[in-house]
Every structure is written in C-alpha cells, then in structure tokens.
Design a protein around this ligand. Structure first.
Ligand SMILES: [Zn+2]
Length: 239
C-alpha cells in the first residue's frame, strides 16, 4: 500500500515531468517551424532562361516546317511561369521573337551570342538553362539531350540531374546521357553553371509533331523546371 502522502507527491512529480516534456516538445516544434519559415523566405534562386535563336535566326527547321526559335520561346515562357510560381527570380534572354543583335551589327549571330553571355555574366544567376531543339540527318534519332561545358564539374552535376529527370518524366525509352562539350559559345564563355537542353529532334516526325503542341511544350517545361529545382536544392545557394 502506498501512503496517501507518498501518493500525492508521486502525482505531483509525474505532473511536473509531463509539463516539462510538453514544454520541450512545444519549444522544439516552434523552433523548427521558425527555422522552416526563415529558410523559405531567404531562399530565392535566380535562374536565367536562354531561349535559343530568334528574329532572323530560325534555328533548326523541323520536318513539319516548325521553326526551332518558336518552340524554344514557347517552352521558355512556360518554364518562366513555372519557376516564378515556385518562387524563383527569373531572367530571360528574350521573351519575344527577337534576337539580341542590332540592325547595325554586321555579324548578327555573333553579336546575339555575345549579348546573351554578357547578360548571363552580369546577372550572375544560380543556374543557366539554354533551351534548344535538335536535328540530325537520321530521321530515327530522338530524345532530349543535355550538354555541359566539359571543364565544369558543377555543369556536369546539373546536366546529369536534368538528363535523369527528362528520361524519368518525359520519355522512359530515352537512354541518352548528358554530354560534355568544349566548343558551345554559351557554355564556354558564361561564368555561371550553365547547361543546354535540346528538348527533342525536329528531324524526327513523331517528336516534331509533339514539340509544336502547347500541351507537350508545357510538359517539357515542367520537367525542365523540376530538373532545375532538383539541382539547386543540392547547392544550397542563396541570393
Ligand atoms: Zn538551337
């Protein structure tokens, strides 16, 4: 038998312990909530989207007559909206059917590329994605392909993550791997972490037909956005 006095003390001790534990749990939960809120508020990634070609430069011309520049722009605009919705700051090299050259430039293509790189280097974004479409002499070639600067370890990491996302969410039969390149002007001359995403082959009739539809363009943009966010989350970079 426990004496009445001893019983009362026991109840008091248990009550104090329960209150103490409840206090600790409340403190930890509140601290974590605050931490989460503050991280979300301070973490704003800056992404530069480079929509390839434009203006007098149509890029590749599809088997269906589609211009690469138009598909690039449409995917880039969808991508811009998705990234902004996710809280990113987005910089576009172009958001209309124009090139980044002046009428007075004798070599408009060179002037256009130079301007794009100048913007990339002055904006200093956390990630740069250049949107393009591919073309090849063999009609059977298809599937999205990502390129990175061969000397950039971060570029390779970003490209591998993007290529994986594209295979996983866009076309499971796509067995391509991200490819290093040392000659692409944009990859070579931009100081930030940059990749080129060739979303599909305009020389393949099946893919060319998909790439001209708004539904597929938006789907591609969604997958590219996921690739960008997945990469950025590995960096912890903040602006
Ligand atoms: Zn292109």
């Amino acid at each position: 038998m426990i004496s009445e006095k001893y019983g009362k003390s026991l109840v008091m001790i248990i009550t104090v312990c329960v209150l103490f534990i409840a206090g600790i749990i409340t403190y930890i939960t509140a601290k974590d909530m605050f931490k989460e809120v503050s991280v979300k508020n301070s973490k704003k990634y800056k992404v530069l989207i480079d929509s390839g070609h434009g203006g007098i430069d149509p890029g590749k011309v599809g088997v269906n007559g589609a211009y690469e520049k138009d598909i690039n722009l449409s995917i880039s605009l969808f991508l811009m909206d998705i990234l902004k919705d996710k809280g990113c700051e987005v910089i576009m090299t172009r958001d209309t059917d124009t090139g980044l050259y002046s009428e007075s430039d004798s070599n408009k293509k060179a002037a256009d590329l130079k301007k794009r790189v100048e913007l990339m280097n002055s904006e200093n974004p956390d990630a740069i994605v250049s949107i393009h479409q591919n073309s090849f002499t063999q009609e059977s070639s298809k599937g999205a392909q990502v390129f990175y600067q061969s000397s950039s370890a971060e570029g390779k990491k970003f490209a591998d993550i993007m290529q994986q996302q594209l295979a996983l969410k866009l076309d499971e039969t796509n067995k391509r791997v991200a490819k290093p390149d040392s000659d692409y002007y944009i990859l070579k001359n931009s100081t930030g972490v940059a990749i080129i995403v060739e979303c599909g082959f305009l020389s393949n009739s099946e893919e060319a037909q998909l790439l001209v539809t708004k539904e597929y363009q938006e789907k591609v943009a969604g997958v590219v956005a996921e690739g960008i966010i997945s990469y950025l989350e590995t960096t912890g970079t903040q602006n």
